[in-house]
Design a protein around this ligand. Sequence first.
Ligand code: DGT
Ligand code: CA
Ligand code: CA
Ligand code: ZN
Length: 579
Amino acid sequence: MTNSELSGIFDRIGDLLDIKGEMVFRVNAYRRAARTVKDLPRDAASMLADGSLAEVAGIGKGLLEKIEQYVKTGKIDLYEELAASVPAGLPALLEVPGMGPKKVALLWKELGVDSMEALKKAIEDGRAAKLKGFGEKSVAQIKAGMDFASKAGDRTPLGMAWPIAEGIAAKVRELPGVKRVEIAGSLRRGLETIGDVDILCEAKDGAATVAAFAAMEGVKRVIAQGDTKGSVVVEKPGGSELQVDLRVVPTESFGAALQYFTGSKEHNVRLREMAGKKKWKLNEWGLFDAHEKPLAGKDEAGIYKKMGLPLFPAEIREDRGEFEAAGELPELIERSDIRGDFHMHTTASDGTATAEAMAEAAGKLHYEYIAITDHTQSSAIAHGLTVDKMWRQIEKLRRLNEKMREITILVGCECDILADGSLDYPDSVLAACDLVVASLHSGLRQERAKLTARTIRAMENPYVTILGHPTGRLINRREGGDLDMEQIVAAAKRTGTALELNSSWQRLDLNANHVRMARDAGVMLTIDTDSHATAQLEQMAYGIRTARRGWVRAEDVLNTRPLPTVRKWIARKRSGKVK
Ligand code: DGT
Ligand code: CA
Ligand code: CA
Ligand code: ZN
């Protein structure tokens, strides 16, 4: 549990009370509670445990009880009751950009709108626009929000699907008579969102394996169950559904099936055409010559080899140039190339762990260095540090670093880029840091030319090392800012600023296409986790997958370099020596 999750629930309670027409003071009490929880100096659970939570101004008996309930059970009764007392489709309407509790309540009470479907209808037939306080403009805004949400559709973010798929694959692996198990499809290719999970296995008894798969704990519904194939639905965190397909494949076809079901469809179409030109046939059973004689099929490499092609890494199988580059494929970056992480938060701002705990956790990953980059003063909701507090933070981190043996702690900050492109701290503070991540956190909706110029201005500051999560998008939730990426890439090159691939699965920003642009232009990249808790350091894996989709090599990424090289690279921009 994080404070922001807990705070989110209190916000939800406020929203639901508001929708139900509760008294203003009661609604506001929960909104205030949400803010209080968000502003807590430490993790609510640990403050509850040591009794300091009760001392916090604004936390009375009732609130304390609810927090305690949440810490113990993961639920708050009041919230569950409220959510159950309105139509099931109503809370989802609050998630539509442009909708708030007042609008949801009005649509529900006046027009009976209680689901996404009903909202769509009310907009299409013009009833919504006629409601008091609605008008064409706010309806258009809601419609745009819905379109974005529906385009995102039912696709599941990589970081949500991966642990679920791994869990199921591990259980299949344990079943009697099961030999090989592999995850295929878009998940194997490392897409940022995936439609369904495709798992292949080799097993003695197909029907029994599929039956055991369908009966697994966590399966909500069985869509299909046969001798070689099963499809089930499992629940994702948040309650929506994810489909998982299992296919049982014979040994002699395993490689062909893995190749086929990994895709992409576009890649497979090209491959089949190439086979066709040789009068061969390629399908999920194998590669066959004109007389149906099997040429390959047991393993993937054998198929590509027979075709005179390299074993393409799954992440680049998109027919986006991999066939043309087959003779000179880049050697893609791997998880083990990473020597450090340049972006993470601690309890000094909105993280849940101390700098020391973060360093320890990074040590377990065998990193050589990390940078602690807490928020700066303008990010008030994230407890950004004032200049005074930052000076103290710098000293504290320097002292901590002296204590550390295995790992170096670089002093940094995630500095807000202000509306005009200036930075949130004076240069003297930035110069005292080892590195600076500069990020946009507000004003993301500025128009393209303005947003681009503002960002470039920030990159021109000699102390800005890295542009953090450049577009600011949140996968399935918020579109990124309208940046002119060609200009940003050119400016990164010219100013010697690294562009970040933020590995948080909610962000993956820059995306795979943009990192490829940057890499092709010879721009330095960093792959960082933006961790707010120790466990999040593991999200590096998602950044690596995305980087590989962007054809990125280890040499394109600053945090694959040893520390002295990193320091030299940073110093070069600071000394004005970037040509
Ligand atoms: P997704 O699930 O929408 O994120 O994307 P995929 O790529 O996992 O697609 P999915 O689950 O429909 O199918 C898995 C793979 O099976 C796909 O990547 C390629 C292969 N495949 C499926 N349908 C076709 C098809 O009609 N033609 C060819 N060539 N391959 C197909
Ligand atoms: Ca799939
Ligand atoms: Ca599928
Ligand atoms: Zn940020």
